[in-house]
Design a protein around this ligand. Sequence first.
Ligand SMILES: *Cc1c(COP(=O)(O)O)cnc(C)c1O
Length: 240
Amino acid sequence: MLTEQEIKENLQEVEENICKAAAKAGRDRSEIKLISVSKNNTVDVLESAYRCGVRVFGENRVQELVGKMDHFEEQGIKDIEWHLIGHLQTNKVKYIIGRVAMIHSVDSEKLAKAIDDESAKKGVVTDILVELNIGDEESKFGLDFDNTLEFVEKIAGFKHIRVKGLMCVAPYTDDPEENRQFFSKMKKLSVDIANKNIDNVSMCELSMGMTGDYMVAIEEGATCVRVGTGIFGKRDYSIK
Ligand SMILES: *Cc1c(COP(=O)(O)O)cnc(C)c1O
């Protein structure tokens, strides 16, 4: 577990890298949101990050996310934006609707419908991203590239969700350049879908890039980068 000082230094480094990548691509830093991926870290670690200025957290499991949201709420802290970035089961949708800023991992009509139903029930509209399995990996969730447009057209009819863009978890690699092709494909697809002018679909967000490859992702157009290890250090999976 890292100290608060170490987290602070990591955040500074990530911030510098984001600025560098944005500058290289001729983009404004303000177009990119850093999501601090805090999964498998204790609430003490999240509190340290909060004191270092972090206000946007990403979690990939509903139970863990809800526990952490409750923890901060109980202390009267309300200025945190929570993002669900991991696989979501339809039966868990009810626990997070109205509490998360965005769900990054929508990859089935059944899930989109469950989010729509629950959002209608709570009188809210939920921002979502459509997850692609861009590297075509067997182990990963997400839609196939070729089915994405049709899927977006299908779920655009749901009135209590807003399709804000696309998300992917690129293949694990030691060389981030290997993922540039995937990020560039994501960007191109998002532009193509945006050009269809589908009602209720904006394609203004591209959630891609993690610790190993967020600079390349930013160069290729990412608007959300999800950085875990680069901020919090290696995850301890023994903490439940
Ligand atoms: C864990 C996780 C991340 C962060 O991964 P790091 O390599 O630690 O930066 C990003 N996105 C998703 C969906 C994750 O599950």
